[in-house]
Design a protein around this ligand. Structure first.
Ligand code: ADP
Length: 294
């Protein structure tokens, strides 16, 4: 009995020591259950849980600080690039440094294009911040996904034609009813189709819609210009552009897929990408509306 009592006192001291460490912000080791009397197991577990949670929240805070700094650095860089060229060309015009009317027009045109790029970037950034801060509320309604896709595809008609891309739809007979904010969801598919047109080099753009388990699935498939497998894990990150696209001046902000993913996630859905030598598939899975739950 005396032994147990002494052991209990020692265990209690150890627990107090650990609590003191945590209180002082030194949160290194967890307690080992087997070093304590069974009566203390529950307390040891609670303390370890609190300690782990505490550690996680510190790591989360460090990570979010790092991401914030990275975001600011990237934003500053990406905003400065078009601005530098706008300033440059307007400067030339201001100092009358152009040969003739044709060259003047050319400079004005570049400055105008670059200012449009800047606008896209600022709008995307604003939208991304909104979707990622959860500061938007979704106006969800019951939607037939196939109907929505048909409307979006119809609006892309001109772009398909001018880019000489044939769109092919493969939609299942099932009604794919989901509960979603149509304005936000439209953005998802517009981004994916737009990317397919912009980056695909093939003749076709295929869109599949079907049911899989409790999900409605949409595959947007483009051909050619694969995304290298080492880059694939990063394409949904903010400002990530595949090496080749980074140098190309097509006005992309690298925010499109980050926005797309945030919107899908807000809807309780999943998005992923696969790419091989032949084709690139963006797969969006959205929970089907369960009539029984409603
Ligand atoms: P942005 O188009 O503005 O660069 P996104 O976030 O929409 O940014 O896309 C990130 C990158 O992923 C693009 O720069 C491009 O390199 C790559 N990508 C996206 N969609 C496709 C696609 N369908 N085929 C090949 N590459 C793609």
């Amino acid at each position: 009995f005396i032994f147990r009592l002494l052991k209990a006192i020692a265990d209690y001291d150890k627990i107090e020591e650990k609590l003191k460490e945590m209180y002082e912000g030194n949160n290194n080791d967890t307690l080992e259950r087997k070093e304590f009397l069974p009566e203390f197991y529950q307390s040891v577990d609670y303390i370890n849980d609190i300690s782990n949670g505490f550690e996680r929240s510190i790591q989360d805070r460090i990570k979010s600080e790092r991401l914030k700094t990275e975001l600011i650095t990237n934003v500053s860089h990406d905003l400065r690039t078009p601005l530098t060229s706008i300033k440059g060309y307007l400067g030339l015009i201001n100092e009358d440094k152009y040969r003739d009317e044709v060259q003047l027009r050319y400079y004005v045109d570049i400055a105008y294009q670059k200012s449009k790029e800047l606008e896209v970037l600022i709008n995307d950034l604003f939208e991304l911040t909104k979707v990622q801060n959860n500061s938007i509320t979704l106006d969800k309604i019951e939607i037939d996904l196939v109907e929505l896709l048909n409307q979006i595809i119809f609006q892309f008609g001109y772009q398909f034609q001018s880019e000489k891309i044939k769109e092919r739809s493969f939609f299942s007979e099932d009604k794919l009813i989901i509960c979603a904010d149509p304005n936000k969801l439209v953005r998802v598919f517009q981004n994916l189709i737009n990317n397919g047109i912009k980056y695909g080099t093939g003749e076709f753009l295929d869109i599949y819609a079907y049911k899989k388990g409790s999900y409605a699935v949409v595959d947007v498939v483009s051909y050619g210009n694969p995304i290298p497998s080492v880059e694939l894990p990063y394409i949904f990150d903010k400002f990530y552009r595949v090496e080749k696209s980074r140098n190309k001046n097509d006005g992309g902000s690298g925010l499109g897929l980050a926005i797309t993913k945030s919107i899908v996630t807000l809807h309780g859905g999943i998005i992923n990408a696969q790419s091989d030598g032949e084709k690139t598939i963006f797969k969006v899975m959205l929970p089907l509306l369960d009539k029984k739950i409603k």
